[in-house]
Design a protein around this ligand. Structure first.
Ligand code: SAM
Length: 278
């Protein structure tokens, strides 16, 4: 386990993932009934930003103009909370974003395997009653939390993809989820590099026969498969109207995060439906 998210915190992929996560959580709050958020690969929670760093091509681009990114105000409001002095010094990861949207009746379950990241989570969530931490391997432990007793909520699956089998592991978890909690919202992050691995994941999602889409935000042309060209999110059972919102708000974000003029793109793939040949 060499991956440390601090090197990547606040990069374009984080901005995309966290902006969408905040929109999902805002949608879940529209009903009073409690919900549960399960974060499979939580990370430590908060990251100190130091230049040079990937965040310079991510959150640092939006930060000075944050007032005009009204569609992402809820997400950017969380980043602001950790940077009250005005200078961008810290980046809140998914656990802290999730925490901001939980009401008294909601709860979250966070899993993290790296001992130092887990220790950071313990410090960041000391005394927080409605967030349970688990020092565990998500690929084997997550099943124990699905379905949550609330029968409402979202599972965020956000592995580092440092192991060759992580696309497949994510697909296996979704298969389990589709069997045991068909009405859960699922959000799987993946890197846009090699198309073949992505297509296998998409095929596995289609086979679940649930309402599902993949949204990809790329900041570089995707013809070079050896570098990170952007990232994707598989969204299963997306909250009502979320996809319409994303179609509207993501293209300007992709343009802003583009690594070259004109290289920011957003694409949607409908993964709902018929069984595809393996
Ligand atoms: N979800 C975080 C966020 O959005 O801020 C970022 C997570 S980072 C991409 C992936 C995290 O998964 C790392 O902190 C890593 O230590 C952890 N990790 C790696 N393998 C894991 C496993 N099998 N189970 C749980 N956590 C794991």
């Amino acid at each position: 386990m060499n991956y440390r998210h601090s090197y990547h915190a606040g990069n374009g992929a984080d901005v995309f993932k966290h902006a969408v996560l905040a929109l999902v959580l805002v949608a879940l709050r529209k009903k009073d009934t409690p919900f549960c958020v399960i974060d499979s690969h939580a990370g430590g929670g908060v990251y100190a930003l130091k230049a040079p760093g990937e965040f310079q091509q991510g959150i640092a681009l939006l930060w000075p103009e944050r007032a005009r990114w009204r569609a992402f105000a809820d997400y950017l409001g969380v980043v602001e909370k950790y940077n009250r002095q005005g200078a961008l010094k810290f980046y809140p990861g998914s656990p802290l974003i999730i925490r901001e949207f939980l009401r008294a009746q909601d709860r979250a379950v966070l899993l993290e395997l790296h001992p130092e990241e887990y220790a950071a989570l313990q410090v960041n969530f000391d005394g927080v009653k409605n967030i349970a931490l688990h020092h565990a391997d998500a690929w084997s432990a997550l099943r124990a939390f699905v379905p949550p007793r609330e029968n409402r909520g979202v599972v965020l699956i956000d592995p580092p993809y440092e192991r060759a089998d992580e696309f497949e592991q994510a697909a296996l978890l979704l298969k389990y989820g589709a069997k045991h909690w068909r009405n859960g919202v699922y959000m799987v992050w993946y890197p846009v590099k090699q198309r073949r691995a992505i297509e296998r994941l998409h095929r596995a999602v289609r086979n679940l026969k649930l309402a599902a889409h993949a949204v990809e935000l790329t900041t570089l042309p995707t013809d070079v498969e050896t570098r990170l060209n952007g990232s994707g999110l598989v969204l299963i059972n997306a909250p009502w109207k979320l996809l319409d919102t994303l179609r509207e708000v993501l293209p300007p974000l992709a343009e802003r995060l583009a690594a070259q003029p004109g290289s920011g793109k957003v694409s949607f793939v409908d993964l709902t439906g018929a069984v595809q040949a393996a």
